[in-house]
Design a protein around this ligand. Structure first.
Ligand SMILES: [Zn+2]
Length: 112
C-alpha cells in the first residue's frame, strides 16, 4: 500500500487517512493505525461486490452502524437489495447504486 493511495477524511475535525484494499481497509488516525476487515466497513451488493465509500469510513470511525439504507437511495420495498441502476449504466454509462427490489429494478430496466 503506497502512501499516494491514501485518501483523507475528516471526522469531527480530526484528520484520518485511509486506503481500501481487496480484503482490508487501513485507517491511519492521529494516534493509531487500524486494519479493519473490509466486510465490516462495506455494503455488499446483490451481485456480491463490496462498496466502501468515504461516508462508510466516517461512520465506522464514529462507531455507527453501516446500513445500506443510510447510504443508498431506496425504493422502500421490503426485499430491496443494493444494485447498480440499470438505466444509468446503459444510458449515462455511470454506476450509481440504489436499494431496489426486484419489481422496481424491472421497472427501471424497462425504461431503457
Ligand atoms: Zn421496490
Amino acid at each position: 500500500m503506497s502512501k499516494s493511495k491514501y485518501r483523507n477524511v475528516h471526522v469531527d475535525g480530526i484528520l484520518y487517512k485511509y486506503v481500501v484494499g481487496k480484503s482490508y481497509v487501513k485507517i491511519v488516525g492521529p494516534n493509531e493505525n487500524e486494519l479493519v476487515e473490509r466486510t465490516a466497513i462495506s455494503i455488499e451488493t446483490y451481485h456480491g461486490e463490496l462498496i466502501t465509500t468515504p461516508g462508510m469510513i466516517v461512520a465506522y470511525i464514529r462507531g455507527q452502524e453501516i446500513n445500506a439504507s443510510s447510504f443508498f437511495k431506496e425504493c422502500g420495498h421490503a426485499d430491496a437489495k443494493v444494485r447498480a441502476d440499470p438505466y444509468l449504466i446503459e444510458i449515462e454509462q455511470i454506476t450509481i447504486h440504489r436499494l431496489l427490489c426486484n419489481n422496481c429494478y424491472d421497472i427501471v430496466a424497462e425504461d431503457i
